[in-house]
Design a binder for this molecule. Structure first.
Ligand SMILES: [Zn+2]
Length: 371
């Protein structure tokens, strides 16, 4: 027999258990909702950060974050070799310009953007072969009637010691290129001082930095002036590089697929990866291509459409979400364009819908084009 007390206690315990069960269930539901809201907030925060990065990249398309440092031709000829930025600065050999001055300099005297591959880890030209080839290129350009009043070359024009100044100059690379009147890819055959490997036109075309410089020029200055001619100067002298496979559009668009010295050296002392440094420049270039497709004349718009089609058909190849950052002690994933391009396209569509009366739209149009 079960006592009456047992039933009384059971009648008390059962509702209490049920209430506690309901409360526990509610608590779990609330905790899950809180967690979902926190995740949503985090996703929104990350998206906003990405939007800010994109806005910054677009704004920087026409801004020198670091002055454009050039060397006048007579001074460059007197140098006798490629000189490090800091040494040239101390010697008073640099002429530094802000963005509103650079076009005037380029129009009146001619500014040559020299793109080349480094033949040593710490010095771009230990044997002087690059410098000799640059002189040959300048002579060839002048013989073709192209003005060469000022020279831009990375080792001399970009700070090599202060990493913050260097990053600011790197972020302005696409802007520097767009303010130059001519680009010459200098690629003599020589031997890399540290690896012993041959350096030539083919290896030049495989370098990530060289591809970025070519892409910056083609989407900037070349298209602004309507002449995107790239000259090549290798062992056979100076020539128009229009038909050269090593600098074909499909290849120069594949910047992150190019080789980078930091990666091949496995980032000694955990040095930052160059692939990571150039994300903002590439976001700006993607925006620029979208502008050309929207605003350019028939030929330019069709070129930009083709470039964007190549990029959009295989986004992971041209604008990868992540890549591996390898060091001697291991590897870790580093973010590049994870989620950026869909946001950029959305922002660009909104910008386009706002029409030409919008300040932002006018600003973007004015960035590289007067339509
Ligand atoms: Zn690297």
């Amino acid at each position: 027999m079960v006592s009456e007390d047992f039933w009384r206690q059971l009648l008390l315990v059962l509702p209490l258990t049920a209430v506690m069960g309901v409360l526990l269930g509610l608590n779990i539901i609330l905790a899950l909702r809180r967690q979902a809201r926190a995740l949503q907030d985090l996703a929104r925060h990350l998206a906003l950060e990405k939007c800010d990065s994109i806005r910054r990249s677009v704004r920087n398309l026409d801004t020198f974050l670091f002055p454009m440092c050039l060397v006048e031709l007579p001074e460059f000829l007197q140098m006798g070799q490629l000189v490090r930025h800091e040494v040239a600065r101390e010697a008073g050999q640099l002429r530094c310009f802000e963005s509103h001055e650079a076009d005037g300099v380029s129009a009146s005297s001619g500014t040559v953007f020299v793109s080349h591959q480094w033949a040593g880890f710490d010095h771009p030209d230990p044997e002087g072969r690059q410098y000799s080839s640059i002189l040959l290129a300048l002579q060839g350009l002048q013989e073709r009637g192209i003005a060469c009043g000022y020279i831009w070359v990375d080792y001399t024009s970009i700070p090599q010691v202060n990493e913050f100044q260097q990053q600011a100059a790197v972020n302005s690379l696409a802007v520097y290129a767009s303010h130059c009147s001519v680009l010459v890819a200098v690629a003599p055959t020589c031997t890399h001082a540290d690896t012993g490997a041959e350096v030539n036109l083919q290896t030049y075309g495989s370098r990530g930095w060289c591809r970025l410089e070519l892409l910056s020029y083609k989407t900037g200055s070349g298209l602004r002036s309507g002449d995107a001619t790239i000259y090549i100067c290798d062992d056979s002298g100076l020539r128009n590089g229009a038909a050269d496979e090593s600098i074909a559009d499909q290849s120069i668009l594949h910047v992150l697929g190019g080789s980078f010295t930091c990666c091949s050296r496995k980032h000694p002392d955990n040095m930052p990866c160059d692939r990571h440094k150039i994300r903002d420049v590439l976001l700006g270039i993607y925006w620029r291509l979208s502008c050309i497709k929207r605003d350019g004349d028939l030929v330019l718009a069709s070129w930009a459409r083709e470039m964007l089609q190549i990029a959009d058909t295989d986004t992971e190849k041209y604008f990868p979400s992540h890549s591996m950052y390898r060091t001697a002690s291991g590897a870790q994933l580093q973010e590049h364009f994870d989620g950026y391009l869909p946001l950029l396209r959305e922002m660009f569509a909104t910008d386009s819908e706002q029409g030409s009366d919008s300040d932002q739209h006018a600003f973007v149009r004015g960035t590289f084009f007067t339509v």
